[in-house]
Write a protein that binds this ligand. Structure first.
Ligand code: SF4
Ligand code: SF4
Length: 220
């Protein structure tokens, strides 16, 4: 059930194109409020994806939320590194590590049922998948989604590095050797960092959006 803290609504852009916009109605609005409002909007406004798997061939960053959504966690697993070994690809852009959902050789998400063109593990899909609407979006809606996903990926990396520094287990992903030079402190703390991981939904949007975006999000 969405709160009234975040509003997601249809709007008409220049050129008569319809899409969606996001407005924050409460300074304490959280990531959970945002996702609930977006999911409610999707349910009421959009058709389901049956017959299309377009998004499942695109890069999907992994975030802290995805550890808790995962089949691995829900079946009792508690090690981020062990989960990533099952589901993630690790790449580097310069010094920055990038964790994404693992792709098959043809570039599809490994959870895609290619014959049926649908997600084979829909209940465990990622935050990136859940927060995607098949509609154009306003600049502030796009910027907010990107800020949450980036903060969630940074926080996943921070917690992975903290876990690895305790366990010393680095043998989990191709490319992991470069992670051994990184430190959890290399990833700036954000709105997710002060919470126990499983309470990621309580992260405040005000601690994730930068000041300019936060002002824009509150405008009618
Ligand atoms: S959201 Fe993605 S998978 Fe669903 S209909 Fe749109 S392009 Fe296809
Ligand atoms: S998790 Fe499911 S919905 Fe998301 S990209 Fe993979 S197959 Fe598609």
């Amino acid at each position: 059930m969405p709160s009234n803290s975040v509003k997601v609504f249809l709007t008409e852009f220049d050129g008569g194109i319809f899409g969606y916009d996001v407005q924050v109605m409460n300074e304490n609005a959280t990531v959970g409020d945002y996702l609930a409002a977006l999911e409610d909007f999707q349910t009421k406004t959009l058709a389901d994806c049956k017959g299309c798997d377009g998004c499942c061939h695109e890069r999907a960053p992994l975030t802290l939320a995805d550890f808790y959504y995962s089949e691995y966690y829900q079946q009792g697993g508690r090690k981020i590194a062990a989960w990533l070994a099952e589901v993630a690809d690790l790449q580097f852009f310069g010094q920055a590590a990038d964790l994404t959902i693992r792709r098959t050789a043809d570039g599809a998400c490994h959870l895609l049922d290619a014959a049926a063109k649908c997600c084979a593990r829909h209940q465990y899909r990622t935050f990136t998948c859940r927060s995607h609407c098949c509609l154009p979006k306003s600049e502030r809606a796009e910027a907010l989604r990107a800020a949450i996903i980036n903060a969630g990926e940074d926080e996943l990396l921070r917690r992975l590095l903290a876990e690895l520094s305790e366990t010393g287990a680095m043998d989990f992903l191709p490319g992991k050797a470069r992670l051994s030079g990184a430190d959890a402190a290399d990833y700036a703390a954000n709105g997710f960092s002060r919470l126990p991981g499983e309470r990621w939904r309580e992260a405040r949007l005000a601690e994730i959006a930068d000041a300019a975006l936060w002002r824009e999000l509150q405008q009618a």
